[in-house]
Design a protein around this ligand. Structure first.
Ligand code: F6R
Length: 626
């Protein structure tokens, strides 16, 4: 038996517009969450009309154009875009799933862990399942409970609650029943769910991006909560039917932030938004001469008691942690370990109440990072989340939060969120230094002012975009690219290599330049592009000299050197086959400028190779499975 589970984007709507249009638009904005298949269901006069198709949303749209949309007339409906983790993403495994009578439709995000037992139970009762998914079991179970709920004077919401109490694992469900055509029910355990409150219309979705063009007023659903939406409003209960407290919020960005705004792809737009992302992340965090965090449930005394820091994160967020280590150790004299969240809890890390775990996550829902947070809290460590998504699960489960205000990041490869994470991690370092007294107030103020100057410096780097894009086109046929750096340039090299791997499907490796001679130099051959991230010749003269020697060694062996160096760095010029200059900034802040050309390079190489820059194969924006 193949288990198919989904990370996915889900959307539901009840209102006065044609549900199909609203749902398809919502799916377009959620497609970054997964693009293995898509499907819609609309409550019509004839019951439930469903269409679903493997592949991207465009396939579903083509199918709808083929069958015609007349049979989809209706003002309530739901949709799904899926990222499969196991098994084939084929039509019959696509959502929505229905029960045998076709009167119940369900879309699902997550994993129903006890689905084998539920499936066996259904099969023993004579139910034939039409797909290999765990999700379909929910449709049959809800259909079965619906009759009983009706007899008790309840309805769909009660049936869904009964089933949710039986489901194990992480799941978010959106459910409709043909007998209750003006109602959509949604339930949440773990995977995110927000309700959008419009005028005579209500939405549910995994992300506000799905309904931002209609309303910015939203309500976040908590764990084990269920919401009933109608065109007139919503009601939230727990899985036992008790009214539950809700947390309304207003989204602080608008539709234009979630649209390409004339750019060829989202990633390029997001690269260009980096100055703003940095400025927004810093804004409001230096008040009356002190660095302040957002949701501070840790006292200054708690911060003073910290004797060790862990940064846990995945992918690019992990690289932001590697950068932060240099600053936090330097400013606080505390030992900082940076660890991949997926490794952290499996190796019994030494944690106690004086350990501060900084969990960095753009989405706030990455399963590995969330589990690391839970593990840390079980061991009594304090957890501070650095997150780009308001109210996501990781900040909800943390002791303190610092939000990066990068705005929605639609391109699957992280860019502006990464830069914002670096800035936010630095604020954490400064908050620690300030509480512990390892930096005087005027030093903290100076560091903050230097950070505040960074949006301008990044804007200057963006002036090189077209040149870097041209270089990307030249390098598009390369077999592999290596990236070298030292000190804070090393995580930048790792980030450059990750961008190239995920976008251009090209072999790319980042190395600490000093390690080259211990093995990787054997990879150098005639014409191999090697990108070198140079430190400042003034700020880090010794390291600079060492890197110049490293470059000359690889150039002597035939490499084509692409050098990212500070403006006016004349020493490196003779060793650079291609030179990309970035403004001079303090050493610790260099990653904020030197990463930018590497993002552009990877995106352009991918584009030149004919790949979808915003939706690289096999990936999804939020990885909510371990
Ligand atoms: C790479 C990328 C990923 C994410 C990683 C963590 O471009 O985007 O490596 O950085 O999956 O995601 P978050 O930050 O949402 O926890």
């Amino acid at each position: 038996m193949v288990t198919l589970v989904a990370v996915c984007g889900i959307v539901g709507y009840v209102g006065h517009r044609q549900a199909l249009d609203v749902v398809l638009n919502g799916l377009r904005r959620l497609e970054y969450r997964g693009y293995d298949s898509a499907g819609v269901a609309v409550l019509t006069d004839a019951g439930l009309t469903v269409e679903r198709k493997a592949g991207r949303l465009a396939n579903l749209e083509a199918r709808l154009a083929e069958v015609g949309v007349d049979s989809f007339a209706g003002t309530a409906g739901m949709g799904h875009t899926r990222w499969a983790t196991h098994g084939a993403p084929i039509d019959r495994n696509s959502h929505p799933h229905r029960d045998a009578t076709g009167r119940v439709a369900v879309v699902h995000n997550g994993i129903i862990e006890n689905f084998a037992a539920l499936r066996a139970e259904l099969e023993a009762a004579g139910v034939e399942l039409a797909s290999d998914t765990d999700s379909e079991t929910a449709a049959h179970l809800i259909a079965r409970e619906y009759g009983a709920a009706k007899e008790r004077g309840g309805g769909l919401a009660e049936a869904v609650r009964t089933v949710c109490r039986r489901l194990e694992g992480a799941f978010t469900l959106v459910v409709s029943h043909a007998d209750e055509p003006d109602l959509i029910v949604a339930a949440r355990r773990s995977s995110p769910l927000v309700v959008g409150l419009g005028d005579g219309e209500t939405f549910v979705a995994s992300d506000v991006a799905a309904f931002i063009e209609h309303t910015r007023e939203a309500v976040e659903l908590g764990q084990d909560q269920l919401v009933e939406i109608t065109r007139d409003g919503y009601r939230v209960t727990d899985f036992h039917g008790e009214d539950a407290p809700v947390k309304p919020f207003t989204v602080d960005w608008d539709l234009s932030a979630a649209e390409k705004g004339g750019h060829e792809y989202f990633m390029l737009k997001e690269i260009e938004e980096q100055p703003e992302a940095l400025a927004n992340t810093l804004r409001g965090h230096f008040v009356d001469g002190r660095v302040v965090l957002d949701e501070q449930r840790l006292s200054d005394q708690d911060l003073r008691d910290v004797d060790k820091v862990f940064v846990v994160a995945c992918g690019s967020a992990y690289h932001s942690g590697l950068v932060a280590k240099y600053a936090i150790e330097h400013w606080t004299r505390l030992p900082v370990e940076v660890e991949l969240a997926s490794e952290f809890r499996y190796r019994d890390p030494v944690l106690d109440r004086d350990t501060l775990v900084v969990a960095v996550s753009q989405s706030g829902e990455t399963a590995d990072t969330l589990e690391a947070v839970r593990h840390a809290r079980e061991q009594k460590a304090r957890v501070l989340a650095v997150c780009n998504t308001n109210g996501a699960q990781i900040p909800r489960e943390s002791d303190a939060v610092l939000y990066t205000h990068a705005g929605p990041e639609i391109g699957v490869a992280s860019t502006k969120a990464f830069l914002a994470q670096i800035a936010a991690n630095y604020l954490v370092g400064l908050a620690l230094a300030q509480a512990r007294g390892t930096k005087y107030a005027d030093e903290v103020a100076r560091e903050f002012r230097e950070l505040e100057a960074m949006p301008k410096a990044v804007s200057r780097v963006l002036e090189t975009v077209e040149r870097v894009r041209a270089l990307g086109r030249e390098l598009a046929d390369s077999k592999a690219v290596l990236f070298l750096g030292r000190h804070v340039g090393y995580p930048v090299a790792l980030e450059g290599a990750l961008k190239l791997k995920e976008l251009a499907y090209m072999h790319a490796e980042g190395f600490a330049a000093g390690e080259l001679k211990h093995g990787p130099i054997a990879l150098i051959e005639e014409g191999l592009p090697v990108v070198v991230v140079m430190p400042s010749p003034k700020g880090r003269a010794v390291l600079h000299a060492k890197l110049v020697s490293n470059i000359s060694e690889i150039q002597a062996r035939g490499a084509r050197t692409v050098v990212i160096a500070e403006e006016g760095d004349e020493t490196v010029r003779p060793f650079a086959d291609e030179l990309i200059e970035v403004p001079a900034v303090p050493t610790l802040l260099q990653p904020l400028v030197s990463t930018v050309p590497l993002q552009v390079l990877a995106a352009e190489i991918a584009r030149a190779r004919g790949y979808d820059v915003d939706k690289p194969r096999n990936l999804a924006k939020s990885v909510t499975v371990e």
